[in-house]
Design a protein around this ligand. Structure first.
Ligand code: ADP
Ligand code: MG
Length: 254
């Protein structure tokens, strides 16, 4: 697939990262088109989260280049990548447990990233921003929970709020690292439906172990193993790929 650079949300070229002798990611080339729904799969320790954090800027790169929405963002900070439109979820921290759902979404929309409670000063008067907050709450199934304290929400609703906090930043690209981990089957289905309902021009990069979820959400799948991209294809192609099956059975030596 070759498209003009601005039609890719993410392009990585020969991206590598070593942790004290462990080659977590080695020479990875991926290209994710704008609007594409891409899953990143592979066994534990394959390097998925490392690649993810290299793309978001959470960890520094050893070698290679990363383009985000047509810009060379290799040396950009997390904040600068976020301003380009790169959104990701953050686990709801202690900070949010005492706030309402509405306040949390408002903070995320106002701050993008680098959340600070001082941003809540005068928030009640910012009617336009509050309208956006309510719209996002509706998008993630929290319209009826706007005034509840985050700390009293179920685990599933908290995960929906995390997704909403990513959406609140008006991202062009959303990155999710195992969003369904720890959720019940019913909560998983709710989360999948909310992700499916995302605007079609928003790009998705998803790491997920639950293959049912991957098959429901992904248009293309990249398979990582020992820090290397072993194959990439449609869900149908990946499902019948014998090397992928061997990797998951733990008997592949690539
Ligand atoms: P995955 O998300 O696919 O399970 P990771 O990217 O978390 O894999 O890890 C890839 C490899 O890099 C593993 O061997 C892991 O132990 C190692 N690793 C990841 N993060 C660090 C770190 N901060 N320090 C040292 N080693 C790390
Ligand atoms: Mg991981």
């Amino acid at each position: 697939m070759t498209l003009p650079d601005q039609q890719y949300a993410i392009v990585t070229r020969q991206v590598s990262k070593t942790f004290g002798g462990i080659k977590a990611v080695q020479g990875v080339d991926i290209a994710v088109a704008v609007g594409e729904r891409r899953a990143l799969i592979g066994p534990n320790g394959a390097g998925k989260s490392t690649l993810f954090n290299l793309i978001t800027g959470e960890i520094s790169i050893d070698e290679g280049q990363i383009h985000v929405l047509g810009r060379d963002a290799t040396r950009f900070s997390v904040q600068r990548r976020a301003r380009l439109g790169l959104g990701r979820t953050y686990q709801i921290s202690q900070l949010f447990l005492e706030l309402s759902v509405e306040q949390s979404l408002f903070l995320a929309s106002a701050a993008g990233i680098g959340l600070g409670l001082s941003l809540l000063n005068g928030w009640r008067d910012r009617t336009e921003d509050r309208a956006w907050t309510r719209e996002v709450a509706g998008q993630v199934g929290l319209a009826d929970h706007l005034f509840r304290r985050v700390g009293e929400l179920s685990h599933g609703l908290q995960r929906q709020l995390e997704l909403g906090m990513a959406f609140a930043m008006r991202p062009r690209l959303v990155m999710l690292d195992e969003p369904a981990a720890g959720l019940s089957p019913a909560e998983r289905q709710t989360l999948v439906a909310l992700i499916q309902a995302m605007a079609p021009d928003i790009t998705l990069i998803l790491i997920e172990h639950d293959m049912d979820i991957v098959m429901q959400l992904a248009q293309r799948i990249t398979v990582l193993h020992r820090g290397v991209v072993v194959t990439e294809g449609t869900p149908g192609e990946i499902q019948k790929n014998s090397m992928v099956q061997r990797i998951y059975l733990g008997e592949a030596h690539v």
